[in-house]
Design a binder for this molecule. Sequence first.
Ligand SMILES: Nc1ncnc2c1ncn2[C@@H]1O[C@H](COP(=O)(O)OP(=O)(O)OP(=O)(O)O)[C@@H](O)[C@H]1O
Ligand SMILES: [Mg+2]
Length: 427
Amino acid sequence: MDIIHLLPDSVANQIAAGEVIQRPASCLKELVENSLDAGASRIQVIVRDAGRTLLQVIDDGCGMSETDARMAFERHATSKISSAQDLFALRTMGFRGEALASICAVAQVEVQTRKKEDEIGTLLEIHGSEVIRQEPCQCPVGTNFKVKNLFFNVPVRRKFLKTDQTELRNLLTEFYHIVLVYPKVQFTFVHNDEILLELPSGTEKQRIEAVFGKSGGKSYTGQFVDVATDTELVSIRGFIGKPEAATKNAQQYFFVNGRYMRHPYFHKAIMTAYSGTLSGETNPSYFIYFDVAPETIDVNIHPTKTEIKFQDEQMIFQILMAAVRESLGKFNLTPSLDFNREGEIEMGIVTKRCLNRMWSLIRIIILLPVLRRQVCRGGRNYIPRSGKSFMRRSRRIRLRTLLLTRRLWKRILSDMTNILCFRPMRG
Ligand SMILES: Nc1ncnc2c1ncn2[C@@H]1O[C@H](COP(=O)(O)OP(=O)(O)OP(=O)(O)O)[C@@H](O)[C@H]1O
Ligand SMILES: [Mg+2]
């Protein structure tokens, strides 16, 4: 007897949803990306209970015709590509054509949509892949998506959702990834009737400022320097935080062709460029926007589409590192160009600090043997009270001193370079 059979569409969609829609944040990402692809200039996100009961996205984009509205919820239904070739020249946000099919498989979806040329719009309601109603309706141009009771029919998934606080944080993180690359589009984010973000249209810098705001009365972007480089392979623009503004929880963002990406290798390029300028365990903030030919990247190596493969990663690594270094260099040199008094005072401080560090280093080198002998109670000439623990202490002291010496030595060298180049430096 044959035992293999095809799964019904509703089940196949639920399986696909497991990959595409993991939490309210992934749903938000898909809906907002669709609105952007539809050419919206204003997008409102309305959320209730961190997306558990309601996630609504309203746009003023191109809208859909009656037939398109129905088709949009079919699996592999897309207006964005028509051949495999198109996959490699993709400029829009998506291509899988399964986001809406996945969402409607695990939620109660209601959509109202109207095209500019149509007088009347369409209302469509789908619960768990099943069409409940489809009728004409009065609505503004654009699309209004309501996703209610996410995972209402998949209790296991609902149980895996985290607390509202965590899910809201995930929603906002996803929202930032999008709004930071579309500064011209107006966005609003409302949670439980409270407006959390109201972002007017502006430049990239204004958008960063609007999202991360002022801290301690200081302008956020005032602590950044520009990065810009243009090569045949890649064009890189963006902003990097001054080393002195580095913090433990830095904001670090990469975008490529208008979408957020994670790229640990390029992150390394930036950190290498910063090496020696950061104090302690602080990290620099950065917002870097790459522009490359779409056919030189593959955005589809990961279902959630945040990991992106570049054709010439090593070359781009070098270009990025050089661009960041150049910007940091410019920032370092600027104050010393006009030999003003402020520069002179700073040079005095650097020299004094360098001499102090040298003196500390000398003291450490002289005192180290004495210190160790004291701690180990005289080394060979004495019988230690408790052999093992003394040896352990001695080893620890040696290691710590070695680290301290190395750090001091590095700082002295960098101070001396700055003094020789007449370059005032930070602490
Ligand atoms: N807000 C919207 N305004 C206008 N058309 C939309 C909107 N949302 C979806 N659509 C239409 O529905 C189609 C299907 O959307 P869906 O998100 O399922 O797939 P996709 O965007 O093509 O690819 P992906 O699965 O990668 O998101 C889109 O191609 C688009 O034509
Ligand atoms: Mg989509």
